[in-house]
Design a protein around this ligand. Structure first.
Ligand SMILES: [Zn+2]
Ligand SMILES: [Zn+2]
Length: 183
């Protein structure tokens, strides 16, 4: 599904503020995520409500944005594959500037600087970066999730006493002989 940037809920028109250092505006929006935010294992799914509150402040170089993005991420437990739901409350901040930042030889690219056309702010990248940073590499349904039995795949959380009879390999030949006799 494509969307024109000006129709994106992440876009805020600030032409009136740009070039008037000192002016500021508070924004507070809730909208369904136009696209999923996250990774393969956990993400804020498309259509999930995102609650965005931010302060937009006109500064000499552009617009400084700071605030929070809240949403619920859904993923899969890395041990037992159960669904994991996690609230995300991410701090967002960034400078939107038309000024070209000369990075020179320095490889430390400033993370919080975004392009600004003088008319509108697109907070999608700011929100995405902040939310993704909050998501775990390996989501877990609970910190002590025991996972799945590596022999049969049973959920160990459901069966605390789950165990397989361990047969000493030295006896297994003898046992199969015994089984053959019995059958
Ligand atoms: Zn689990
Ligand atoms: Zn098992």
């Amino acid at each position: 599904m494509s969307h024109h940037p000006t129709h994106s809920p992440y876009v805020f028109h600030v032409r009136d503020m740009a070039g008037s250092p000192g002016s500021h505006r508070e924004v507070s929006e809730s909208f369904p995520a136009p696209e999923a935010l996250g990774t393969d294992v956990i993400s804020v799914p498309q259509g999930t409500e995102i609650e965005l509150t931010a302060s937009l402040e006109s500064v000499s170089d552009g617009i400084w944005v700071s605030g929070r993005a809240r949403a619920q991420a859904v993923g899969e437990c890395g041990r037992c594959l159960d669904e994991v739901r996690q609230d995300v409350d991410a701090a967002i901040q960034g400078l939107f500037t038309a000024a070209k930042i000369d990075l020179g030889e320095d490889e430390d690219e400033p993370e919080d600087v975004f392009e600004f056309d003088g008319e509108s702010l697109n907070l999608e990248d700011v929100v995405r970066d902040a939310v993704v940073t909050q998501l775990p590499f390996t989501p877990l349904c609970r910190p002590d999730c025991p996972g799945l039995c590596d022999q049969c795949g049973a959920r160990l959380a459901d069966e605390p006493d789950h165990a397989h009879e361990v047969i000493d390999p030295r006896w297994s030949t003898l046992q199969s002989l015994t089984e053959q006799k019995e059958s």
